[in-house]
Design a protein around this ligand. Structure first.
Ligand code: FES
Length: 342
């Protein structure tokens, strides 16, 4: 949406855009990366480099929350409008617990509003209190006493911590989605629905990102470390790399080559923020790659309202196979080759 913005006395662009009815999902804390605008006339800041590629920045993409303006400017805004105040009757909550940020949404016939906050460490008390506190903030705003159902999804580590000792499966993972009494988690809802979190490294958040991806494609989730998913018709192969290892870039290159060679995906999709050297490597890979915005919150809203969608998530979960790359002979060969070409 094209819009002309006029400076306020504080000169803060955030204030000027709020006056125009735009909302800042993380309150302008520089956490969510959602206050996107096209404004090539504004000098890029450190925050822009954290969320955008050099190409995006050259095309004029900026985040609005840390900018100031002295004169009226014309921008293109991708931001959400502040929702009109209304009272909800059958509200539900979705909580997406990522490693870096968490998104708590109030849902009634689709998402009404989403709050984005920094994720706490993977600790049961901290995660539960974050979800509870943000939900209550939304309930107060929309005149709701509590949610009928709350969906909680997250990375494997966050989900294990959120569930804590109140939830035990035989091998510690929830292969199929389950709905439990909210009191088990001290949540302000009647029930809590947990989408499947299939294994030690694949969380329900990953499963939500995978959905709707075309068959025969490779999904690369880059938040803390890299999670690779090849999605085929009958199998979803997944492998995880940590970004802390000394040879993270070499391992990354070997893994992209391993997946491309073994599964021959027709496209690579990436969700998250890639460091420049990794993006450069992907630019040289044989198949094309594309950055995608995270769709986990939108899909969670669909899952909490639609039982058939829950069945679909269970179906994906059953197809997941966890690869241990270090045990794969071909991956080791590719790793050595990547080391030699460094
Ligand atoms: S409002 Fe969240 S980064 Fe700007």
């Amino acid at each position: 949406m094209k819009i002309k913005v006029y400076p306020t006395p504080s000169k803060k662009l955030r204030e000027a855009l709020e006056n125009e009815g735009f909302r800042f999902p993380c309150g302008g804390k520089g956490v969510c990366g959602r206050c996107k605008i096209v404004a090539p006339m504004l000098a890029p800041t450190e925050l822009d480099y954290r969320f955008f590629t050099a190409k995006d920045i050259a095309e004029g993409l900026r985040l609005a929350c840390d900018k100031t303006i002295d004169n009226p400017i014309e921008i293109d805004s991708f931001m959400q409008q502040i929702p009109a105040p209304r009272k909800l009757s059958e509200a539900m909550i979705t909580a997406i617990l990522g490693d870096r940020v968490s998104e708590i949404s109030i849902v009634e016939d689709g998402i009404v509003e989403t709050l984005v906050v920094s994720s706490p460490e993977a600790d049961t008390v901290k995660l539960r209190s974050l979800v509870g506190k943000q939900s209550i903030e939304l309930f107060e705003k929309y005149g709701v006493p509590k949610a009928t159902v709350m969906l909680v999804a997250g990375t494997a580590a966050r989900m294990r911590a959120f569930c804590g000792r109140s939830f035990d499966t035989e091998d510690g993972f929830l292969q199929m989605g389950d709905t439990l009494e909210a009191s088990k988690f001290d949540m302000p809802a009647e029930e809590v629905y947990l989408p499947p979190f299939p294994n030690a490294t694949t969380g329900s958040l990953d499963l939500l990102e995978l959905d709707d991806l075309p068959d025969n494609s490779l999904l690369l989730l880059a938040e803390h470390g890299y999670q690779f998913f090849y999605k085929g018709e009958s199998v979803i192969a997944t492998a995880q790399l940590t970004e802390d290892a000394d040879c993270a870039n070499t391992a990354f290159a070997a893994t992209v080559r391993y997946f491309c060679e073994t599964y021959q995906p027709t496209a690579i999709y990436e969700v998250g923020t890639l460091p420049k050297e990794i993006a450069d490597y992907l630019n040289k890979a044989e198949c094309s790659w594309e950055h995608k915005e995270s769709a986990a919150t939108v899909r969670a809203a669909r899952a909490v309202e639609d039982n058939r969608y829950k069945t679909r998530l269970n179906k994906w979960s059953r197809k997941i196979v966890l690869l241990h790359l270090a045990d794969e002979e071909r991956w080791q060969e590719l790793f050595s080759l990547s080391q030699q070409t460094e």
